[in-house]
Design a protein around this ligand. Structure first.
Ligand code: LLP
Length: 415
């Protein structure tokens, strides 16, 4: 693909240079149509049985994005009191929120209980705590099925080397604690990891969880977690996650389970990245170009405080160059290897290393693709920099500011 931005008309006819001038850079820009499309796709993964996708909102909690999720009809999972509050604020009713917490205080758990939000417990200790503060209550438990998946060791969330969930060997203890406090276990959940393009480990974990589910009576739901990958190398023609064949294989496993279990609980999943990653880009300004001992450095205002994924996980994000408001044609321009970096005082503050890019000039815009997931939600104020603004290219083509840039007044407001 020569240009994703042009291929999908990401800015819907708006000139990115005008947007960058009006709202400043660095700037998160989202496309409502793409986000709606991906959310609708995850909502339709299983059609034969009662099924809900929970948008995993740690990925991006911008209020407007939560409202899109609500309007598309997906539920949501929350990881913290802040996320629960954001979802309630966006209009999600409590029954559409699933609180998948780990290592939280009694107060945070009580917030979920008092608001009627279903809680999933991630350890025997947390199950005990839940029993103490809410005897006779209903809850779910998060099971570690013993297999994990994911593109980087830091995004694998199950298997034998992670902090998450209750191992299969401890299930008798789950029953003991539930008995002691009169708890009703109404759901099981798992999440094996993130950004897999081959669903084999996920499907293996589905088998494991369904086998474990046979030990629980009258489950109301089973939630298989998220993790569906997106093509981060789309400019090199990487293929999309094959949702259709995944959906077929997934349904076949559920068929077998429903026959053996005798009924179909509500099946759920928890995709985050798939819903929003491709619907977001970052626009940044080129402020300096230099040659340091044979390496060409393109200095931008997209620091690791704006997008931490490349420094944290060595993640790849495709980059397009926008010059005078137009995407530079990669087929027509001479490609030259360059290292694109930010404005933070760390040598790891690098968006990409030795990447073939078309010729870049001072004041051009750098457009980082697939930044809608784990982008803004992982921003920081490192180097006492202000968090960027976020704008939405709405379905009708209008450009809407959906979160203002932080200000220096905000910075002083904590004191
Ligand atoms: N459910 C649970 C319990 C999770 O822990 C996660 C992600 C998800 C669902 C959603 O996973 P997704 O569909 O987005 O893969 N910051 C990393 C990803 C960390 C994922 C943590 N858990 C990144 O930037 O790649």
């Amino acid at each position: 693909m020569n240009s994703f931005i042009n291929e999908v008309d990401f800015f819907k006819g708006n000139n990115p240079e005008d947007i960058a001038r009006e709202y400043g850079t660095p700037l998160y820009v989202y496309n409502e149509d793409i986000i709606r499309d991906r959310m609708m796709k995850v909502a339709g993964v299983i059609t034969r049985y009662p099924y809900r996708a929970n948008y995993s909102c740690k990925t991006n909690t911008n209020l407007e994005i939560l409202k899109i999720a609500l309007s598309v009809g997906v539920n949501a999972d929350a990881m913290s009191e802040g996320e629960m509050r954001m979802l309630l604020h966006a209009g999600f009713p409590a029954e559409k929120i699933f609180y998948v917490c780990n290592n939280v205080s009694a107060d945070e758990m009580r917030f979920a209980i008092d608001n009627g939000i279903t809680v999933s417990l991630d350890s025997l200790d947390q199950l005990r705590l839940f029993g103490e503060i809410n005897p006779g209550g209903k809850c779910a438990v998060r099971i570690n099925p013993g297999v994990g998946a994911g593109v980087h060791e830091k995004v694998v969330t199950a298997g034998k080397k992670t902090k998450f969930a209750i191992p299969e060997g401890d299930i008798d203890k789950v029953f003991e604690i539930a008995d002691k406090y009169g708890l009703k276990i109404i759901g099981l959940n798992q999440h094996v990891g993130s950004q897999y393009m081959d669903p084999t480990p996920f499907l293996e974990a589905v088998d494991n969880l369904l086998r474990i589910a046979m030990r629980f009576e009258k489950l109301e739901f089973i939630d298989f977690g998220g993790g569906y990958g997106i093509p981060y190398h789309k400019l090199d023609d990487e293929k999309e996650f094959d949702m259709k064949s995944f959906s077929g294989e997934f349904t076949a496993k559920l068929d077998k389970f429903v026959r053996e279990y005798g009924s179909a609980p509500m099946f759920k999943s928890e995709p985050g990245r798939y819903c929003v990653a491709e619907g977001g880009v970052i626009l940044g300004r080129v402020h300096s170009i230099k040659d340091n001992y044979g390496v060409k450095y393109i200095g931008t205002d997209i620091g690791m405080n704006v997008l931490v994924r490349p420094s944290m996980y060595d993640s790849w994000h495709d980059i397009e160059i926008i010059s005078d408001g137009k995407v530079v044609d990669r087929d027509k321009k001479k490609m030259e290897k360059a290292t694109v970096c930010g404005n933070i005082c760390e040598s790891g503050d690098v968006l990409c290393k030795d990447r073939p890019l078309p010729e870049v000039r001072d004041n051009d815009l750098v457009c980082v693709l697939d930044a809608g997931a784990y982008g803004y939600s992982m921003c920081s104020s490192y180097n006492t920099r202000l968090r960027p603004a976020e704008v939405m290219i709405c379905s009708d083509g209008s450009v809407k500011l959906i979160r203002r840039r932080e200000t220096f007044e905000d910075m002083f407001a904590f004191y």
